[in-house]
Design a protein around this ligand. Sequence first.
Ligand SMILES: [Zn+2]
Ligand SMILES: [Zn+2]
Length: 67
Amino acid sequence: MLTVSFERKKKSSEPSQCYRCQRYGHTQRNCRLAERCVKCGEDHNSTSCSGTRSLTVERGGTTWRIS
Ligand SMILES: [Zn+2]
Ligand SMILES: [Zn+2]
């Protein structure tokens, strides 16, 4: 089983990430985009996700599925 952890170091130069739509450049407070699940990438809140606890990462044209 592979566990993926997120670093949450506070850096002023680091772009803010929205935990609502998982995009960078703004926060969930001023987010006007659709909610996006951090686990499966679907359009729903990650807390209400009933899917598998996996993450899709695109790297070098290849899509990796971490679960
Ligand atoms: Zn957002
Ligand atoms: Zn989900």
